[in-house]
Design a protein around this ligand. Structure first.
Ligand code: ADP
Ligand code: ADP
Ligand code: ZN
Length: 210
């Protein structure tokens, strides 16, 4: 399997972005992430308003907006790691219609750990590289190791909005996980180890699916 099609599920802060980078590096697939795509178009006017109105409140952006992003990205990709989508059952049904997956993996992490990860997350304003003030700090505070860019905190990584996002996950995205579990397609990965430990387990699951 040279170009796998991987779906990476998990709550906000589980490490999907971090592990997607490993997958891209190892398997040379496209990283398809609705969160990044929406952040790049936060003030785009749609018939449902702008993505910002939903994102800054921690709510889901309406399905038609995200479905269109995913359809276009998957059409252009041979292999991919899909991160941040589907987040509700209707998105999962849509995904079923437009592609076949080789692996559905869930990064499993407790709620308390998720809040620590989200509120401590910092991202590079220039290249998008991902850090954590405590768990994976840059060499120089506030400066990206990769490109020297400025590290910023996402608008939705405040404690209040992070909590709301975790609630939205429980209500809307947990049923997606149950859906793949019932289909017998879900592989659970312990997401609480170090990034390297999580990667070892995830890579083994990808190799198994080949
Ligand atoms: P995280 O990786 O921390 O879970 P994301 O970057 O994936 O966060 O998502 C940030 C925000 O973008 C979400 O809180 C939501 O408002 C919006 N978003 C991302 N993906 C989707 C999606 N599939 N459906 C609806 N909204 C989405
Ligand atoms: P997601 O894309 O699922 O929201 P991220 O990959 O952005 O998650 O990770 C959220 C935060 O947690 C980031 O600050 C990241 O550096 C940190 N992180 C990621 N994986 C781990 C891990 N295994 N242990 C500790 N911190 C982690
Ligand atoms: Zn950078």
């Amino acid at each position: 399997m040279s170009q796998p099609k991987i779906l990476l599920l998990g709550p906000p802060g589980a490490g999907k972005g971090t592990q997607s980078s490993n997958i891209v590096e190892e398997y040379d697939v496209d990283h398809v992430t609705t969160g990044d795509a929406l952040r790049a178009n936060k003030d785009m006017e749609t018939e449902h308003g702008t993505p910002r109105e939903y994102m800054d409140a921690g709510e889901l952006v309406p399905d038609p907006v995200v479905n269109e992003i995913v359809k276009a990205a998957l059409e252009d990709a041979d292999g991919f790691v899909l991160d941040g989508y589907p987040r509700n059952l209707s998105q999962a049904e849509y995904l079923d219609e437009i592609t076949d997956l080789d692996l559905v993996a869930l990064l499993d992490v407790d709620r308390e750990e998720l809040l620590d990860r989200l509120t401590g997350r910092r991202v590079c304003d220039e290249c998008g590289a991902n850090y954590h003030v405590e768990f994976s700090p840059p060499e120089e505070e506030g400066v990206c190791d990769e490109c020297g860019g400025e590290l910023i905190q996402r608008d939705d990584d405040t404690e209040e909005t992070a909590k709301e996002r975790l609630n939205v996950f429980e209500e809307n995205t947990q049923p997606v996980i149950d859906y793949y579990e019932e289909e017998g397609e879900l592989v659970r990965i312990d997401g609480e180890g170090t990034p390297d430990e999580v990667w070892a387990e995830l890579e083994a699951a990808i190799e198994d699916a080949a």
